[in-house]
Design a binder for this molecule. Structure first.
Ligand code: ZN
Ligand code: ZN
Length: 311
């Protein structure tokens, strides 16, 4: 048995896939420790490389939750911003200021999808994209934001999807904002910059989403078409399914099942009813589909950890 395990491990490292993956939720609605909020952030660790994914909805939530969990981000250079919305970007500057006290390079490289700075205005012309202002202060601190327009590898076995094509009409986003393109053309804001983080593991892909505005099915199909046609091992994070009808949820669950999805940790805007409906439709158990909470997360060897709230 032990020899078989060593053989399997050496085969997977020969193919170069990630063997150690840990994701810890730092901001979400439900909290097993610290403070909950309508927002999202997670700490990602892949074979020793640590990355921050999103930064929470209030400037101090992630900071306070890090203290509660005795975690320090000052050795992390890279932060991923899934999209412009303030419930994912409000903590960026307060975190950057805090970690800079120890290390000037900490959180100094932000990765985002192309379009994150485009204007989004209300019908009466009020600008709502917080990243336009955040960018100025962030860059003034000596940091930079890289806009990606295609799938990109940001660390060994760690990918960002880049902007996600939308062949399925999932439309998992709020309505009513006007998006203005660089050429001046306008249309309804569909969050073109929305991206997810993807980890290539021997068990299949682990996909981490912020708000899922591209649609979870569009995202997973894009991952398999453009990165590699692997099965989906785990999907974690916010998927914006809370407002879906039972029929739409069943369609989503059936697609997840077809792609071999084994684990689902629905945090942030996924919705509690939506998570349970997906579990039921996929014929899975509470060990494999759960609501994610602050302090919970995922590891490649243990699977999903909903936190104390769902035990
Ligand atoms: Zn959002
Ligand atoms: Zn959100």
């Amino acid at each position: 048995m032990r020899q078989l395990l060593i053989l399997l491990l050496s085969i997977s490292s020969a193919f170069g896939q990630a063997n150690f993956v840990k994701i810890k939720i730092l901001s979400s609605m439900v909290a097993s420790t610290g403070f909950g909020e309508w927002g999202f952030a997670a700490l990602v660790e892949v074979d020793g490389k640590r990355i921050l994914f999103d930064t929470g909805a209030h400037p101090d939530t992630v900071l306070r939750n890090l203290r509660e969990m005795n975690l320090d981000l000052s050795d992390i250079t890279d932060v991923v911003l899934s999209h412009n919305h303030l419930d994912h970007t409000a903590g960026l500057m307060s975190l950057r200021k805090e970690v800079m006290l120890k290390n000037k390079a900490a959180l100094s490289v932000a990765h985002a999808g192309k379009g994150i700075f485009l204007s989004r205005s209300t019908r009466d012309g009020k600008e709502t994209n917080p990243m336009i202002e955040i960018r100025k202060v962030y860059e003034a601190s000596g940091a930079k934001i890289i806009e990606h327009d295609a799938p990109v590898q940001i660390a060994r076995n760690v990918w960002l999807t880049g902007p996600v094509p939308r062949p399925n009409p999932e439309k998992n986003y709020g309505r009513g904002l006007v998006l203005k393109h660089e050429d001046g053309k306008t249309e309804e804001d569909f969050l073109p910059e929305d991206l997810s983080l993807v980890i290539d593991t021997p068990k299949g892909f682990v996909v981490l989403s912020g708000c899922g505005h591209s649609g979870i099915v569009n995202t997973l199909e894009h991952v398999r078409a453009k990165i590699k046609n692997s099965r989906i091992h785990a999907v974690i994070g916010g998927f914006h399914l809370f407002g879906l009808s039972d029929e739409q949820l069943d369609w989503t669950a059936d697609k997840l099942k077809q792609m071999g999805t084994q684990l689902f940790l629905g945090a942030h805007c996924t919705g509690i009813e939506a998570t349970f409906r997906i579990r039921q439709r996929m014929g899975l158990t509470r060990q494999s589909v759960a609501v994610g909470s602050v302090g919970g997360g995922f590891s490649l060897d243990q699977g999903i950890d909903p936190g104390t709230i769902a035990r």
